[in-house]
Design a protein around this ligand. Structure first.
Ligand code: NAD
Length: 274
C-alpha cells in the first residue's frame, strides 16, 4: 500500500493529508477505536475538547508506542472557553487529557458570533505556538462571513476546517483560502453518511474503479488538495477508507463530482453555533 501524502502548511509544517476523526466516538470506546485506526496505519488523529474523548485518544497514542514525531494530533477549543486567558487554560487541559506536551494543530472550533470573542481569542493563539504548546494554529467553521475578521489581524491560519463534501463545497469561502494559502480541512467529508451518494454519479464511478462510493469521495478530496479524516467505528471501514492510493479519478470524473454541489449542508450553520 502506498503511504499517505503529506502537505506543507503556510507555516512550513507538514501534515498527513488523510487522517482519522473521532467526532461522536463514545469516550468509553475511543481507546479501542483509535488503537484500531493506528494499527490500520493512520497517524493523524482529529479530536476536540467537546468530543469528550481526548483521554481515550491519549491512552491509545501512549499504548501504541509510536514515536511522537510520527503522529499528527489536532484538538480544538470549545466555544465556552473562548477569550485570551481562558483559551490558554483550555489548551493546557486538553494537553493534560491527551497526555501530550504539545499538539500539532490547535483550532478555534467555531466562530460563535453571538459571543464576539473570536478575534481576541485568535490574537492569543500565536503565543501558544511560540511556547511550543502547539506546532500550528488554525480555525474551524470560519466561512466567508467570519474569516475576514481573522485575516485582518494579520495572523494567517494554517488551516480552516469546514464542512465540505460533494454537495456542499463552500464555493464562496474557497477564494479567500486560496489567496492566503490556507489549507482546507474537510469535515463531514462523506456527508456524515447521511447523503445517498451511492446512487449519484459517484456510484457509477465507484463501479468503474471497483471501489466503494466512500473511497471515490475520499479520492476526490485528495485530488482537490483537501486534508480529511473520515470517521468510522468499524475497523473494516477504517481500512477501506485508508485504501485509496492505488487508483485515480480522471478529470472528467472529478468534474462530474464537482457538479453535485447544491448548497446542501448536512450539519450546523456556523451562524447558529454559539
Ligand atoms: P464523515 O463524513 O466522516 O462521516 C462519518 C460516517 O460516515 C460514519 O459514521 C459512517 O456512518 C459513514 N462511513 C464512514 N466510512 C464509511 C464507508 N467506508 N462506507 C460507508 N459509510 C461510511 O463525518 P464526520 O465524522 O462528521 O467528519 C469527520 C471528522 O471531521 C470528525 O470525526 C471530526 O474529527 C471532524 N469534524 C469536525 C467538525 C468541526 O466543527 N470542526 C464537525 C464535524 C466533524
Amino acid at each position: 500500500m502506498m503511504s499517505v501524502p503529506t502537505l506543507t502548511l503556510n507555516d512550513g509544517k507538514t501534515i498527513p493529508q488523510l487522517g482519522f476523526g473521532v467526532f461522536k466516538v463514545d469516550p468509553a470506546e475511543t481507546e479501542r477505536i483509535v488503537t484500531d485506526a493506528l494499527e490500520v496505519g493512520y497517524r493523524h488523529i482529529d479530536t476536540a475538547a467537546v468530543y469528550g474523548n481526548e483521554e481515550g485518544v491519549g491512552r491509545a497514542l501512549k499504548n501504541s508506542g509510536i514515536a511522537r514525531d510520527e503522529l499528527f494530533i489536532t484538538t480544538k477549543l470549545w466555544n465556552d472557553r473562548q477569550g485570551a486567558a481562558e483559551s490558554r487554560r483550555a489548551l493546557e487541559e486538553s494537553l493534560g487529557k491527551l497526555g501530550l506536551d504539545y499538539v500539532d494543530l490547535y483550532l478555534i472550533h467555531w466562530p460563535a458570533p453571538a459571543q464576539n470573542k473570536a478575534v481576541e481569542t485568535w490574537e492569543a493563539f500565536p503565543s501558544y505556538r511560540d511556547e511550543g504548546l502547539t506546532r500550528s494554529i488554525g480555525v474551524s467553521n470560519f466561512d466567508y462571513r467570519y474569516l475576514p475578521a481573522i485575516l485582518e489581524t494579520g495572523i494567517i491560519p494554517a488551516v480552516n476546517q469546514i464542512e465540505l463534501h460533494p454537495q456542499f463545497q463552500e464555493i464562496e469561502t474557497r477564494p479567500l483560502l486560496a489567496e492566503n494559502d490556507i489549507k482546507i480541512e474537510a469535515w463531514g467529508p462523506l456527508g456524515q453518511g447521511s447523503v445517498d451518494y451511492a446512487s449519484t454519479v459517484i456510484g457509477e464511478i465507484a463501479a468503474a474503479h471497483g471501489k466503494s462510493w466512500a473511497q471515490v469521495i475520499i479520492r476526490w478530496h485528495l485530488q482537490r488538495g483537501h486534508i480529511l479524516f473520515p470517521k468510522s467505528n468499524s475497523r473494516e471501514r477504517m481500512a477501506q477508507n485508508f485504501d485509496v492510493f492505488d487508483f485515480e479519478l480522471t478529470d472528467v470524473q472529478m468534474a462530474s463530482i464537482d457538479a453535485l454541489e447544491n448548497g446542501g449542508r448536512v450539519s450546523a450553520d456556523p451562524a447558529e453555533v454559539n
